[in-house]
Write a new protein. Structure first.
Length: 60
C-alpha cells in the first residue's frame, strides 16, 4: 500500500527495524489524527443540520 514502508534505507544509510516501525507508527498516528479532525467537522455539520430541522419542525 505504501511502498516506502518496505524501504530499508534513505539514501545509503540503513534504517533499523525499530526505526522503520517508529516511522510507520508516526505515519499511522498522523492519518488517525487527521481523520479524527475531519470526523469532528462532519459531526458538527450533522448536529447543526439536525438542529435546523428541529427548529423548522417546531416553527410549523
Amino acid at each position: 500500500m505504501f511502498p516506502f514502508w518496505g524501504n530499508t534505507c534513505y539514501g545509503s544509510e540503513p534504517i533499523s527495524h525499530k526505526a522503520s516501525l517508529e516511522r510507520k507508527l508516526k505515519f499511522l498516528v498522523w492519518i488517525r489524527d487527521d481523520l479524527e479532525s475531519r470526523l469532528a467537522g462532519i459531526n458538527a455539520s450533522i448536529d447543526t443540520i439536525r438542529q435546523q430541522i428541529e427548529r423548522s419542525d417546531s416553527a410549523v
